[in-house]
Each structure stands twice: as structure tokens, then as C-alpha cells.
Design a protein around this ligand. Structure first.
Ligand SMILES: Nc1ncnc2c1ncn2[C@@H]1O[C@H](COP(=O)(O)OP(=O)(O)O)[C@@H](O)[C@H]1O
Ligand SMILES: [Mg+2]
Length: 239
């Protein structure tokens, strides 16, 4: 049976680093389904918020509560970092690695990894080659395959398409929409308004560490609540 991780409740969250408040106070609830896009210019706190949700940041104040226990929630989520961590292994073994850690046999893990590589469009690549030979777009697809291989209920992605060309960006977006349709809850950051328009069911707009707005995407784009959000949509803010 599937345990519900959601809603995720964030209450009065603050992160202070180097004597400065870099995030918050933020209160926010993430509900059941769809794609939440954390949108905002560079330095607005997107990465910090995603990392905090995933349990990677020490909270200076406030709480983050999953509907189920913390340990269960952590085991059922995956995180794709902006710059994929490259292991000194083959592409296939990188993708299979989380399954091997779970105790799945190497053969079965590699078979699953091969299927997952195919499913994220990592085609035309020698899967036995070292991961280090991959292009930027291929690395991001590999990271996505590795994140999906344990069938997470929630997938976090931090600027998954930063520095990628249009073709790779669209391929990754297609995979994200497909996974969302299959029921994977996606929480991702981007500074890219076009990507947010294409993917988001819900927008969480951050500016200078503050939560300006959390709203259904259609509502956000039709009538952003703050001048900063309006300016970001209009492209007036540095990205
Ligand atoms: N560990 C840290 N120590 C000090 N400042 C930090 C730390 N992590 C992030 N920051 C600062 O917090 C702000 C938000 O950063 P970040 O979450 O990376 O924003 P974004 O992902 O939206 O670009 C930035 O000004 C950044 O320099
Ligand atoms: Mg960031």
C-alpha cells in the first residue's frame, strides 16, 4: 500500500547562514498531485528551499512536517541536483547504483537501469562507457534515470535544464510531464519563466528569500500578486 507523504507542511521556516537570513520566514503546504515550480531570479532562495524540503539543510527556525514519518518520507523521495554528481562508473552502473545500495542483485539492477535509460531518452549512448564522457544533456538524463529508478513518490529537481540546449530541455520536460501524469509528485526550481509556464500546475514564487506567492499556475500567470513577480514574468529581473 502506498503511504501518503503529503501534504508537506512548512511552518515559519528560516535559514540563516553567515549571520544573514537567506530564506524565510516561509509557511507553505504542498498538496497531493502535480508539478510545483519554485520560480524566482538567481539568489532568491530556490535551491535552499528545495534542499530544506529534502532534509539537506539545518533549519534555523520553523518546521517541515511530512504526513508520514520523516524516515519513510526520505526513503520515497529523490533529488536531482543542478550539477549531477559524477561517479567514476559506467553510465549503466551510475543509474543502477541506488538499486544496488538497496540490495538488488547487480544483474537485475543493470537490467532495470537499461530500461530506465531508454525511458528517459538516453539513447544513442554507450551505456558501458564512463559517465564522464556524457554531454551536459545526457548527464542530466542520467541523473534523472538514477533518481527515478527507485520509483520515488516525490521527485525534487533543482534547475534541471540550466545550461542545456532547447532539444535536451524539451526532452527532459517531456519525461517530467509523463512522470507527473503517472502520479509522481514533482517539485522543481527554475528561473526560466517559459519552462514554468510549460510545466507548472502550481507556482511558488520566491524573491530575496521571501515567499511572495504560492498559487495555481494559471492564476499566477494571469495576475501575479506582487510587482516583483510581475517583473520576473515580464523578464525585467536579472535571471
Ligand atoms: N551556505 C550558505 N552560506 C551563505 N550564504 C548562502 C549559503 N547558501 C546560500 N546562500 C545565499 O543564499 C541566497 C539564496 O541562495 P540559493 O538558495 O542558492 O538561491 P537560488 O537557488 O534561487 O539562486 C543567495 O544569496 C546565496 O548566496
Ligand atoms: Mg539555485
Amino acid at each position: 500500500m502506498v503511504t501518503n507523504l503529503l501534504p508537506l507542511r512548512i511552518t515559519d521556516l528560516e535559514l540563516r547562514r553567515a549571520g544573514r537570513r537567506i530564506l524565510g520566514p516561509i509557511s507553505l503546504t504542498l498538496e497531493g498531485r502535480g508539478i510545483t515550480v519554485v520560480l524566482g531570479p538567481n539568489g532568491s532562495g530556490k535551491t535552499s528551499l528545495l534542499r530544506a524540503m529534502h532534509g539537506l539543510e539545518r533549519l534555523s527556525a520553523g518546521r517541515i512536517d511530512w504526513a508520514c514519518g520523516e524516515a519513510v518520507a526520505r526513503a520515497r523521495q529523490a533529488f536531482v541536483f543542478q550539477t549531477p554528481i559524477l561517479m567514476r562508473r559506467s553510465v549503466l552502473d551510475c543509474i543502477a547504483y541506488p538499486l544496488v545500495l538497496d540490495g538488488v542483485g547487480r544483474r537485475a539492477a543493470r537490467a532495470a537501469a537499461r530500461a530506465m535509460a531508454d525511458s528517459v531518452g538516453l539513447t544513442g549512448v554507450a551505456l558501458d562507457a564512463p559517465a564522464s564522457v556524457l554531454s551536459g544533456g545526457e548527464r542530466q538524463k542520467m541523473a534523472l534515470a538514477r533518481a527515478l529508478i527507485r520509483q520515488p513518490q516525490i521527485l525534487f529537481l533543482d534547475e534541471p535544464c540550466a545550461n542545456l540546449d532547447n532539444a535536451s530541455t524539451r526532452e527532459i520536460e517531456t519525461v517530467l510531464l509523463r512522470e507527473s501524469a503517472r502520479g509522481v509528485r514533482i517539485v522543481m526550481s527554475t528561473h526560466n519563466v517559459g519552462q514554468a509556464r510549460r510545466l507548472a500546475d502550481e507556482i511558488v514564487f520566491l524573491f530575496a528569500g521571501r515567499l511572495h506567492e504560492a498559487a495555481p499556475a494559471r492564476e499566477f500567470f494571469a495576475g501575479p500578486a506582487t510587482p516583483e513577480a510581475r517583473a520576473h514574468i515580464a523578464g525585467d529581473l536579472p535571471t
